[in-house]
Design a protein around this ligand. Structure first.
Ligand SMILES: [Fe+2]
Ligand SMILES: [Fe+2]
Length: 274
């Protein structure tokens, strides 16, 4: 149907006839709204350049760290299907790490130096606490992918359509892959609660794992009054402040845990980053 004859349903400006997405080329929020997106590392203003590098280093570090955490479960997950999904998650996280490093490579020697350093990091040396903790039990795998990967999705969604074109374009595929991880995590927890010994583990184990990972997931959003998060919005890099993203996450996880009938600790429980 020609676009001059709307059917009544509003059509998003970024969708063409035929519904194929048209790349958005202009900056959508922040102090440079309406100006064309930055497309190369060279044209970024110096403060923004530093911030993109910093954000990509943290991003890549979490991807590589989670491979180390998942590794023991590649051949220890309870079922054949669980092992296959573990293998897929590891492959996806490796691709996400590569993707973040490709963006870092655009920053020449400085970026390459960061990549070399990232590749030396071992368990216990990563930037965020959640990525320095081991998956001691299968319930850890469930709670981590359900909660920590879900925070990862919020971070990626905050970059969606951001002002740095190469980063914005990396988001759709990463987001669709992450969706598998967090759905898998929720289903592991649900099976533990509802099927108990018929599957693997128990409600008690699932709840203990949620108490272990939920506070670390909430911490991952960063400090509520973070100057970096304010700047990231100003530069059009991130959509939400740390606190806005954290509150959205809390609402989503509460609903999810209620549906699984899983007890969630209060937000203040065992927190390190406020
Ligand atoms: Fe990832
Ligand atoms: Fe993931």
């Amino acid at each position: 149907m020609p676009s001059s004859q709307p059917t009544g349903a509003p059509v998003a400006p970024s969708l063409r006839e035929g519904k194929s997405p048209e790349p958005v080329r202009e900056i959508l929020w922040g102090t440079s709204t309406g100006v064309r997106k930055y497309e190369t590392a060279e044209e970024l203003p110096s403060e923004m350049r530093k911030l993109v590098v910093k954000l990509m280093v943290v991003q890549a570090d979490t991807e590589f760290a989670s491979i180390q955490q998942h590794r023991p479960w590649l051949d220890n997950a309870p079922t054949l299907e669980d092992r296959w999904i573990e293998a897929r998650i590891v492959a996806d996280e490796a691709r996400h790490g590569l993707q973040a490093c490709r963006i870092l490579r655009e920053f020449g020697e400085e970026g390459q130096g960061m990549i070399d350093d990232l590749l030396t990091k071992r368990e216990g040396e990563h930037k965020l606490d959640a990525f320095n903790m081991k998956f001691d039990r299968w319930s850890d795998v469930g709670a981590f992918t359900c909660l920590v990967d879900r925070v990862g999705v919020y971070q990626l969604r905050a970059f969606q359509e951001c002002s740095y074109g190469p980063l914005a374009r990396a988001m759709p595929l990463m987001l669709s892959e992450e969706q598998l991880h967090l759905n898998f995590g929720a289903s592991v927890l649900r099976r533990m609660v509802q099927d108990g010994s018929k599957y693997y583990g128990s409600r008690e184990e699932a709840e203990a794992a949620v108490r272990k990972w939920y506070p670390r997931a909430l911490d991952m959003f960063g400090h509520s009054n973070s100057e970096t998060s304010r700047k990231a919005i100003e530069f059009g890099l991130k959509r939400w402040t740390n606190e806005e993203a954290r509150q959205r996450f809390i609402t989503e996880v509460r609903t999810l845990c209620k549906a699984i009938d899983l007890e969630l600790p209060p937000e203040e429980f065992d927190r390190h980053v406020l």
